[in-house]
Ligand binder design. Structure first.
Ligand SMILES: Nc1ncnc2c1ncn2[C@@H]1O[C@H](COP(=O)(O)OP(=O)(O)OP(=O)(O)O)[C@@H](O)[C@H]1O
Ligand SMILES: [Mg+2]
Length: 253
């Protein structure tokens, strides 16, 4: 059984890609077989996992265009046990191309159904609630919602939850919210704690105990084409993502 998790929030810059990369790396570190799907035309997950632009094809765009899986789209990363299907800017066109396709919500699901032998597939969604995100949610067992621990964190969350509910009602009745993750938490900043209290009071047990701290190593790592866990395994951000992976594994039981 493969567990498919979308990392989703239509708000930009909340830590989706950082979470996708470092959660996937943490799971691979405990010997899980993990595949990251870069479903964002920005290609940040591909860059952060060290995939050069010339090594991204066939990309997710090609698979969507052909509506078929192609084994050669699966690239090795520097992390043992962690592979990726990459994205590049072409993928932006698939938002338009998908619009005319029959069963357009199911294209990624049908591609992923042909990929075997993974314990986890982690989908890094773009900052939008368009067809790429809908396709990702339709293909997933669950969704992790990263929330930046800052003012406006909860803004937009109700439309995201509405979208998850719509996908559940219409396309994927088993879709669950895996958890809400507070990211970029600054313990010296009172606002971070206020946001935490607010989020926990609204969503109680759905909010992970693990909180991802704001940590400069997390933002340096992608420029080296490495997950933070490889760049500096002992930095507070890396330790937090290892704890998140543990929490997720325990929740599966
Ligand atoms: N815990 C952290 N500490 C410090 N910087 C962080 C942390 N998490 C993410 N960042 C930085 O914040 C920026 C946004 O993070 P990231 O790219 O993961 O967000 P995103 O939600 O995927 O953005 P987008 O919506 O553009 O896809 C990046 O520069 C990233 O390196
Ligand atoms: Mg991103």
């Amino acid at each position: 059984m493969t567990k498919i998790i979308s990392i989703t929030n239509q708000k930009g810059g909340v830590g989706k890609t950082t979470t996708a990369i470092n959660l996937a790396t943490s799971l691979a570190a405990i010997n899980k077989k993990v595949l990251v799907i870069d479903a964002d035309p920005q290609g940040n997950a591909s860059t952060g996992l060290g995939i050069e632009h010339e090594n991204r094809n066939p990309s997710l765009y090609d698979l969507i265009l052909n509506k078929d899986f192609d084994e050669s789209s699966v690239k090795e990363t520097i992390v043992p046990g962690l592979k990726i299907i990459s994205a590049n800017t072409d993928l932006a066109a698939s938002e338009i191309e998908l619009a005319d396709v029959k069963n357009r919500e199911y294209v990624i699901k049908s591609i992923l159904s042909k990929i075997k032998n993974n314990d986890f597939i982690i989908i890094d969604c773009p900052p939008a609630l368009g067809l790429l995100t809908i396709n990702s949610l339709v293909a997933s067992n669950s969704v992790i919602i990263p929330l930046q621990s800052e003012f406006f964190a909860l803004e937009g969350l109700s439309s995201l939850i509405k979208t998850v509910d719509l996908v559940k009602e219409n396309f994927n009745q088993d879709l669950e919210i895996e958890g809400i993750l507070l990211t970029m938490f600054d313990k010296r900043n009172l606002l971070s704690s206020l946001v935490e209290d607010d989020v926990r009071s609204h969503f109680s047990e759905k909010v992970y105990k693990t909180i991802i701290p704001r940590n400069v190593k997390m933002s340096e790592a992608p420029s080296h084409g490495k997950p933070a866990l490889i760049y500096d395994v002992n930095c507070p951000g890396s330790v937090a993502y290892i704890n998140l992976a543990k929490e997720i594994i325990l929740n599966q039981r």
